[in-house]
Design a protein around this ligand. Sequence first.
Ligand code: CDP
Ligand code: MG
Length: 696
Amino acid sequence: MSQFWKPGSERPRLIDDEEGGVIFYSSSPSTSSGFGYATIEKQRQRLPVYKYRTAILYLVETHATTIIVGETGSGKTTQIPQYLNEAGWAEGGRIIACTQPRRLAVQAVASRVAEEMGVKLGEEVGYTIRFEDLTNPDTTKVKFLTDGVLLREMMDDPLLTKYSVIMVDEAHERSLSTDILLGLLKKIQRRRPELRLIISSATIEAKSMSSFFQTSSKKRKGQTGEDLEPRTDPAILSVEGRGFNVQIHYLEEPVSDYLQAAVSTVLSIHDQEPMGDILVFLTGQDDIDAAVQLLTEEVHNNRKHSGLIILPLYSGLPRAEQDLVFSPTPRGQRKIIISTNIAETSLTLEGIVYVVDSGFSKQRFYNPISNIENLVVAPISQASARQRAGRAGRVRPGKCYRLYTEEYFVKEMSTQGIPEMQRTNLVSCVIQLKALGIDNILGFDWLASPSPEAVIRALEVLYSLRILDDDAKLTSPTGFQVAEISLDPMISKMILSANLLGCSEEIITISAILSIQSIWVSVRGSQKELDEAKLRFAVAEGDHVTYLNVYKGFLESGKSSQWCYKNFINYHAMKKVIEIREQLRRIAQRIGIALKSCEGNTEVLRKAITAGFFANACHLETFSKGGMYKTVRGSQEVYIHPSSVLFRVNPKWVIFHSLVSTDRQYMRNVTAIDPSWLIEAAPHFYEHQRGNPVAY
Ligand code: CDP
Ligand code: MG
C-alpha cells in the first residue's frame, strides 16, 4: 500500500484509511471558508487583470506586440478582448480575435464573454472552431477561434486584414499551430504596422518571446519627430495574481494504477477534508469515463459518499455537460471534476480547493525514422505539475495530491515540456505553409525549429501522396484541393480519390466518423455487451465499412437516441458526425467533387481508403501473439486494437488509420485490403516482389 507524506511538514497528521486505498499525511488541517457568487460586473472588477486595464490598453496602443503573463484565472482571456472592444478596437467593422489551442476552451470562453456582455453568442461575440462557425459577418466584434482556424483563414486572407488585434492566448502551450501562427504573424506585422498582437499565457519565457518579436526595422517619424507607427520592441506586462498557498502532498511509494489511486484519493479527501471542490487530472476520455463510473458506483453503494457531484471534462463533451462543469456547486455538496489537461491553464474552474494530479497527460509523439505518430500517455513536466497544483489555490488555500513521489518530481520529471513542433508529424504544417507560399520550411523563422528529419519525412509523405511535385510545390489541383479541405492529408487524399471512384458520399461519411474520437459508448465492465452490439454492424471488410452500417442504422432509426442507447452508440457523437458530414459535403462541392454513392460496392470504398492510407499498409506475420503484423514500409511490429471489428479476425493484408501505443503498437480503424491495390494506388511507393508489394 502506498503512503503520502508532505516533505518539510513538522508533524504529519495521519488520516486513516478505511477504504483500503491510499494513506495521506497532512501537515495541518485547513479551515473552511464560504465563498459566494457576486454579480457579473462585480466579478469582472475583482479579477486581477482589472487593475491593469489602463496599462494594457496603453501598451497595445503604443506597441506592435504586447506580451502579457498572468496566472490562470486572472482574467486574461475573458477580459482583455472586452477591454479592447470597449476601447474601440472593433470600430469600423474590424474584429478583435483571440486564439486558443483547444476547441472546448474556445466555446467555453466565448459563451462566458457573451454572457458578461449581455449579448447573444454568435452576434457581437462569436466563435469559430473546425466544423463550427458561430459568428455573424455583420455584427461580430470579438471572435474566439482556435489557432488552427486562424491559420486556415490565412489561405483566403493572407494578411488577416479584418482583424485589428490578434491575441494569441495560451502561448506557453506551444501547440504546433501556435508556433506556426507566431512565425506567420511576425511576417504579417511587417506588412501591416497597424495590426496589434497580444501574446498571453500563464507562464511564458517572456524574454525569448520578446526577442523573437524584436524587429530592427527603422521607424518612420512624423515631421515633428513623433512616432507614426507603434514601437516595434515588444512590451511585457506581468499581471500579479492573488493565488492562495497550495500544500503539496507526494506519494511515498509509486503506484502502478494511477486511475485507482486517483479514485481512492478523491474518496479520502471527501471523507476527511472540509468542503471545496476537487479537480482530478487524468489523461483522456477513456480513463476519465472509467474514473467517473467507479466514483459514481461508490456514491451509489455507500451513503457516506452522498453529496458528491461527479463530472467529466474533456474536449468533445456535449455542451450541456460542459455547462454543468461551470455551474456553481449547490450548498452542502462537493463537485468532483475529472479532466484532461484542458483544466491545467485553458479553463478556470471556480471553487476548486483540492487537486489530484496523476502526473500524466496524453501527448503526441512522432518518430520520423519509422514515420509513426503516437498518442501516448506520457509524464507531464514540472511546469505542468506546478500549473496543476496552482488550480487548488483559487478561492482559498488548497491542497494538491501528486500521485507520484517527490524524488520522481525532482529527479525524473523534465522541467519544461517539449514544444509540439518538435514531437509531432509535420505533414499538415508543411501543406499549410506551402499553401501560403512559404517554400523553405527549414529556413522559416521558427520560434523553435523542427528537426530536419521530421521536415524531410513530411515532404516525402506529401510527395508520395502526390500532394507535392518534384520541386516540392503543391500539385495542381490535388495539392491545392488537399490544402483547401484542411483535414489530415491522408483523409483529404482519400476523399479526392473517392471522387474518381464514384463513392464520395460514403467516404465523406467515413471521414466524418474518423474525425470523432469514438462513436461507441465505452462503459467499464460492459465490454461484452459492447462487443455484441458491435457485431450487429460488423463486416469482414473492417471498421470503415462497419461505420457506414452504423451510420445507415442511425438514419433508419430516425436519428433516435433510444436506438443509440440500445446499440452502445454515442448519440452526441453521431449528431456531431451528421454536422461534420454536412460541412465536408459543402467543402467537397466547393472544390468540385461530385457527390456520388457507390450503392454498396465495398471494393471501390476500400480502394479509395487505400488511395489515402497506402503508407499505413501491413501484412500478417504470424497468428501467434494474437496476430502480429508488420508495416510494409519500415517493418514495424503492430497489432490490431481490441476495439476493432477485425480483432482476432486477422486478415492477411490491412491498412490502418492510426496507431496507439500502450504495451504494444495497436492499429485503430483497420480495413482489409487486396495487396494489388497498393501498387495500383501508389506505384511510386510500392513495387512488386515475388507477387507482393514492398516499399521502395
Ligand atoms: O485567461 P485567464 O486564465 O487569465 O482567466 P479567464 O479564463 O479570463 O477567467 C476569468 C474568470 O472568468 C475566472 O474567474 C473564471 O472562473 C471565469 N470564467 C467562467 O466563470 N466561465 C467561463 N466559461 C470562463 C471563465
Ligand atoms: Mg485563459
